[in-house]
Design a protein around this ligand. Structure first.
Ligand code: URA
Length: 290
């Protein structure tokens, strides 16, 4: 393979993103799902930058054929059975479907969810036909008191981020993995998240946004079905939730605890990537804002 740039041991080759190899199925079975997911993310990021090839070190210890197979797996479209189909429902129809889903979810919660200290059911809010949806972890004290998502300190920062993007809170949709406050503000357990996910999935299916932003590790883990996900490594990379573009970024509550220029810059970069994907021009402002 002919190197395209670099020198000597660092020479880099272009591996075309294509689907072709004889022992594909055998090798695919040998790859764990995490590797497949990583490879898919790598390819999606490259594609977002308009690249139709993946750069690979010429003398990589990884056999080039295996890399080729990883690329082939990653380049495949997601399972068509799971892809969320775009519908031509009007905003009013989506609003009605969401209202009915909220009613059913609350009914289920009141019948099946333990009364472990929460007060209000927090379904989510925003434009039912939003192009952009934010998903957080679960209600905190303020959300539990008001029955609305992201209205406490983290919510105030999220509002500022949305405004910095040139958008309005009413123009996006905001929801959480958990619809009731976990006791003592703890992170939802994997068992709890598993029970919440079908309701959130239905919510996403109705809204069918162009892009989802997963706020923090919990939302990212469950939307990507990757319990070991590390948000520091995952953030900033395009991935997909059932065919919908997904960007993971730091949770506003984490940002409030670690309000460094560097962390703000990282989140802002993630948000600008989302704006670009939505075909919107990022407003001119400081790279670390807000
Ligand atoms: N944190 C979340 O993840 N969700 C909220 O609604 C509020 C704080």
């Amino acid at each position: 393979m002919k190197p395209i740039w670099g020198r000597g041991a660092e020479a880099i080759c272009r591996l075309p993103i294509q689907f072709s190899t004889s022992n594909f199925n055998e090798l695919r079975l040998a790859m764990d799902s995490r590797t497949v997911r990583k490879a898919r993310q790598m390819v999606e990021t490259d594609r977002a930058f308009g690249m139709d090839f993946v750069p690979v070190r010429e003398r990589s210890s990884v056999a080039q054929e295996v890399v080729q197979v990883q690329i082939a797996v990653a380049a495949q479209p997601p399972d068509p059975q799971r892809v969320i189909a775009r519908t031509d429902l009007s905003r009013e129809q989506k609003a009605a479907s969401l209202a009915e889903l909220a009613r059913q979810t609350e009914e289920w919660v009141r019948a099946h969810w333990p009364r472990d200290g929460w007060n209000r059911f927090v379904f989510g809010e925003g434009d039912p036909a939003a192009q952009l949806m934010f998903v957080g972890e679960g209600p905190g004290a303020e959300e539990d008191a008001q029955g609305r998502p992201f209205v406490g300190a983290a919510g105030k920062l999220l509002d500022r981020q949305i405004i910095a993007m040139g958008l309005a809170r009413e123009a996006v949709y905001i929801a959480n993995i958990a619809k009731t406050r976990p006791p003592g503000n703890r992170v939802p357990t994997p068992q709890e998240a598993e029970r919440w996910m079908p309701w959130l999935e239905r919510q996403i299916e109705i809204i069918c946004p162009r892009v989802i932003i997963a706020l923090g590790a919990t939302a990212s883990k469950y939307l990507l079905n990757d319990p070991k996900l590390a948000i520091t490594r995952q953030r900033g990379q395009w991935c997909s939730f059932r065919g919908i573009d997904l960007m993971c970024t730091f949770h506003p509550a984490f940002l409030l605890r670690s309000y460094t220029v560097e962390n703000r810059r990282r989140v802002w970069e993630d948000l600008c990537k989302v704006l670009q994907r939505l075909g919107l021009e990022p407003p001119k402002r400081e790279p670390s804002a807000p």
